[in-house]
Design a protein around this ligand. Sequence first.
Ligand SMILES: C[C@H](OP(=O)(O)OC[C@@H](O)[C@@H](O)[C@@H](O)CN1c2cc(O)ccc2Cc2c1[nH]c(=O)[nH]c2=O)C(=O)N[C@@H](CCC(=O)N[C@@H](CCC(=O)O)C(=O)O)C(=O)O
Ligand SMILES: CCCCCC(=O)CC
Length: 330
Amino acid sequence: MKTKIGYFASLEQYKPMDALTQSVRAESVGFDSIWVDDHFHPWYHTGAQSAQAWAWMGATLQATKRVFISTCITCPIIRYNPAVVAQTFATLRQMYPGRVGVAVGAGEAMNEVPVTGQWPSVPERQDMTVEAVQVMQKLWESKEPVTFKGKYYTLDKAFLYTKPIDKVPIYFSGMGQKGARLAGKYGDHLMTVAADPATLKNVTIPQFEAGAREAGKDPSKMERAMLIWYSVDPDYEKAIEGLRFWAGCLVPAMFKYKVYDSKEVELHANIVGHDMIKNNYMVATNAEDLIKEIKRFKNAGITHFCLGNSSPNVNAGIDIFKDVIPAVKE
Ligand SMILES: C[C@H](OP(=O)(O)OC[C@@H](O)[C@@H](O)[C@@H](O)CN1c2cc(O)ccc2Cc2c1[nH]c(=O)[nH]c2=O)C(=O)N[C@@H](CCC(=O)N[C@@H](CCC(=O)O)C(=O)O)C(=O)O
Ligand SMILES: CCCCCC(=O)CC
């Protein structure tokens, strides 16, 4: 499978019009795809944004000509009703056939709790995600109104009048072992986040492949996409500090406990040390560093990269990929 290089245009970190401008630039540099976070509250407070991902996707699909665009990721189970998620992505895929995808996952407290007060356990949210995907697929595919009574969702003669022209690919997020297995079983492709390459190679991807085989699918035809942030600057220490915005994602407590106040996340993010940042994200002073890092994950089995640009000079962080993309696609 050919390696694809995607640009993660963060609506938590950048104003929506700036993220759109970055995406147009990324397309011209040669990126294959654009990915966008789907958040209500952001992973940092100071200077943060949090625009609505689907509204942004419509504008960015129109402003670009070629790139595939997907969320990374949408949680279709609590603040969103999965039927409305299906309607949204059917609309976009009819308008831009071949160019629209959706990634799904079991959610984060910061996006669900502030607007619903609800935060079920991980296993329940995973179960809800599986059912939500079934609801979405039924609505996309059915030529008749759909009546469905699931454990979590109900459809009563629901019919999508605006259908996608071609199939909307679902990237299913699996960060843990069970999540990865569900991704193989119920998704079209894997979405995950950066982890130790050995864990990706020996745990996450094998679980994903096992899930795919359980469902009778050929895993070699399914992408393994991964979100990772990078920062490039000639000054190495400055490049590390560029990633401070995303340091909260490195604090396990943010996932274990119901943390949904961005100011609280920022307090934790600000005490994460440089070692932890450089061990988990891609810190580079030049194109060669980035090429080496991407190859490390490519060797672990990742086929589609969603690269979040947190470089001090954002445009330089895009333009450097003129040199990186040809080298990592070899
Ligand atoms: C928590 C893990 O669950 P998993 O289903 O594998 O992954 C969850 C993620 O997919 C979501 O949180 C996802 O919504 C996060 N996310 C995101 C994910 C991604 O791959 C790329 C980009 C994004 C960006 C993004 C996200 N979410 C959004 O809403 N918006 C976004 O833009 C996990 O670890 N699962 C384990 C099981 C863990 C478990 O059950 N733990 C128990 C406790 C166990 C113990 O303490 O002993 C529990 O918490 O109850 C697994 O094996 O699946
Ligand atoms: C470990 C990182 C999980 C993804 C966090 C996120 O929501 C990024 C947009």
